[in-house]
Design a protein around this ligand. Structure first.
Ligand SMILES: [Zn+2]
Length: 329
C-alpha cells in the first residue's frame, strides 16, 4: 500500500496493555495502515528514534474555555501527548454570555479555577454570544487538539434568568428555555452538558456557582430497558418510599421500565445515596448472621437470596444469607 507517512524507529506503546515494542507505523489516508517491520517508502518519513509512539491521550476534565481564545495550541496538554480535551467541566464557562454578564462569568472562573482576572480580562475575545457561536470562535483558533465541548449549566442559567440564577432554581418556563438552548448547543456539536453539586464550587462574589441552585426536580420520570430484576428493585424502592411509582411499558422487546421519581416538599431529592455493591467481577455474599445495615437502619440494603430479591429487614426475618446488591439511603 502507498503510505503517506512512515514513523520509524519508535518504541510503540499501543494502548492495549501489550508490552512496548520497537516498530514502525505506516499511515495511509489518515489511518494507521501497518504496524511492525515496514519496508518501503512513504511521502513523508518521521524518525522517532529514542521516542515513544502512542495513541493520543484524552483528558476528560479541562477548563480551556477561556484559554482557547489566545492559545490554539492548548498548552500544556498538547506538550504531554494529549490529543483530545473535554472542556466546559464543572458547570462553569463563558458561553452563552451577553456583554453585561461577562464580568460575572469571568469572576466565576477566577473563583472556581483560580485563573487570574487580569488574564481573563485581557485574553477573552468575546467574539460570540451563543454557545454555537462560541464553538465557531474556538474553531477559528485552529486548535491543535480535538476539542470536545460540554455546555456548562451556569452560563445557560445566567443567560435565561440573569442574576436570579445566583439565588434560586428555575421556573418551569425558564427550565424550558434553558433546555432549548442546551438542545441547540448539542445540535451544534456539544458533547453534553456539565453541572456541579460540590460545596467548594463557589463563583462570583463567593456565592455558590449558579448551577448549584438548579432544581433537582427537573425529571418527573426516567425510562430504562426493563428486566425482572429491575422491576423487583423498583418494587422495593417504591415500598420503601424512595420512588413514587413505576410502570412497565411493553415494546415487543424486553419492555421499558418507567420509574416516577420522588421529591420532598422543597423539591429536595428523596434518595441521598445509592451504592451498587456486588458487581460481575466482584460478587459480595454474606451469611445469615452477617447481614449489614446502613446508617443504623435508616437506609435499606437490597439482597438477592434463594427466595428472591428483598430488603435486609426481610432477609433477617427469614434468616437467609445472600448477595448484597445495593445500599440505598
Ligand atoms: Zn473542573
Amino acid at each position: 500500500m502507498a503510505l503517506d507517512i512512515l514513523i520509524e524507529n519508535g518504541i510503540v506503546v499501543d494502548g492495549t496493555g501489550a508490552p512496548a515494542k520497537q516498530a514502525s507505523i505506516g499511515i495511509a489516508q489518515g489511518k494507521i495502515a501497518e504496524v511492525g517491520n515496514i519496508s518501503g517508502t512513504a511521502k513523508r518519513t518521521i524518525d522517532a528514534g529514542g521516542l515513544v509512539v502512542a495513541p493520543g491521550f484524552i483528558d476528560p476534565h479541562t477548563h480551556y474555555d477561556a484559554q482557547i481564545c489566545w492559545d490554539g495550541a492548548t498548552t500544556p496538554s498538547s506538550w504531554h501527548g494529549v490529543t483530545s480535551v473535554v472542556m466546559g467541566n464543572c458547570g462553569v464557562g463563558i458561553a452563552p454570555c451577553r456583554p453585561e454578564a461577562r464580568e460575572i462569568a469571568m469572576r466565576d472562573l477566577v473563583n472556581v479555577e483560580a485563573i487570574p482576572f487580569e488574564v481573563l480580562d485581557a485574553g477573552i475575545t468575546w467574539d460570540w454570544e451563543t454557545f454555537p457561536q462560541y464553538m465557531d470562535a474556538a474553531a477559528r483558533r485552529k486548535p491543535s487538539l480535538n476539542l470536545a465541548f460540554l455546555a456548562p449549566l451556569t452560563p445557560f442559567r445566567h443567560y435565561v434568568m440573569n442574576e436570579d440564577s445566583l439565588e434560586r432554581s428555575a421556573t418551569a418556563e425558564e427550565t424550558a428555555k434553558i433546555k432549548a438552548l442546551l438542545g441547540e448547543a448539542i445540535d451544534a456539536g456539544a458533547f453534553g452538558f456539565s453541572s456541579t453539586i460540590l460545596n467548594q464550587h463557589l463563583g462570583f462574589e463567593g456565592r455558590p456557582l449558579a448551577c448549584r441552585n438548579a432544581s433537582r426536580a427537573e425529571h418527573e420520570k426516567v425510562d430504562i430497558p426493563s428486566s425482572k430484576l429491575k422491576v423487583r428493585l423498583a418494587e422495593i424502592l417504591k415500598d420503601e418510599g424512595f420512588i413514587k411509582n413505576y410502570r412497565l411499558i411493553e415494546d415487543k422487546k424486553q419492555g421499558m421500565l418507567r420509574v416516577y421519581l420522588k421529591y420532598g416538599a422543597g423539591n429536595e431529592r428523596i434518595i441521598s445515596g445509592l451504592v451498587r455493591v456486588s458487581k460481575p467481577g466482584r460478587r459480595v455474599y454474606v451469611a445469615k448472621d452477617k447481614i449489614p445495615t446502613i446508617l443504623g437502619g435508616m437506609g435499606v440494603v437490597i439482597l438477592s437470596t434463594s427466595r428472591g430479591v428483598m430488603t435486609d429487614r426481610d432477609v433477617r426475618k427469614q434468616k437467609l444469607g445472600g448477595e448484597v446488591l445495593a445500599y440505598v439511603w
